[in-house]
Design a protein around this ligand. Structure first.
Ligand code: MG
Ligand code: ZN
Length: 222
């Protein structure tokens, strides 16, 4: 424990050191870590609630919630019985590896299969910060418009999966799913696209299957 605190002091000086420290801890404790990013209101927390409901009987889930203020999102996850720690950045527009490193002692990582990190709502800088996660996911909701993919290319280039959320609203909004697919293919040919509605449950099976698959692969490779 004392060694842990000593390590933390060094770790907290530098973002890259902190990211490596987090990554090593996740590896050592066999915890799969997924960093969820999007603009405010795209449905990160709602998707997370559905994801937790689908996985919590099979896997031990924990959550780190990032917001400028309030514990509102953390309370929504706690209501589902998952260990959730809230980070309030008090104006900060992204989470960084040091903020995550500081919170990790609050978790029994050995007992956690998957840790979800919900980043601050912002399509710009969160993509530039390595938290030590295994996968970066960006959620884009249909009311935002498919033009956000070419307009914020860095976010979509740096993420492994794009989740298009709120597909139940497609009849009412200007969002071209085919165009979104083409733009994503141009910007990031490796990226996968999942079209879902966290509200109605449409398409969620595909997303949950992806998580289970990467969890399996990660646990086999460790
Ligand atoms: Mg949220
Ligand atoms: Zn920022």
């Amino acid at each position: 424990m004392i060694m842990n605190i000593k390590l933390q002091k060094d770790v907290l000086k530098d973002q890259n050191v902190a990211a490596t420290y987090n990554r090593n801890l996740f590896h050592q404790h066999k915890t799969l870590v997924i960093n969820l990013m999007s603009s405010p209101g795209a449905g990160k927390t709602t998707l997370l609630e559905q994801t937790v409901k689908a996985l919590k009987d099979e896997l031990q889930i924990a959550v780190i919630e990032g917001d400028l203020a309030t514990e509102r999102d953390a309370e929504r996850l706690r209501a589902l019985g998952v260990k959730t720690v809230q980070i309030n950045t008090v104006g900060g527009c992204h989470l960084d590896a040091r903020m995550i490193a500081k919170k990790l002692p609050l978790f029994e990582l050995d007992e956690i299969d998957i840790l979800f990190i919900e980043n601050i709502g912002n399509l710009v800088c969160p993509s530039g910060y390595d938290l030590g996660q295994h996968y970066k996911v960006v959620i884009l909701s249909t009311p935002e418009g498919n033009d956000k993919i070419p307009k914020y290319p860095v976010m979509f280039r740096r993420t492994d999966i794009t989740v298009i959320n709120k597909v139940d609203l497609l009849p009412y909004v200007t969002f071209d799913l085919d165009e979104a697919r083409k733009d994503l293919e141009t910007i990031n040919p490796e990226a996968q696209l999942k079209a879902v509605s966290a509200q109605t449950g449409e398409g969620l099976e595909d997303w949950i299957t992806w998580i289970k698959d990467v969890y399996k692969t990660c646990s086999e490779n460790r």
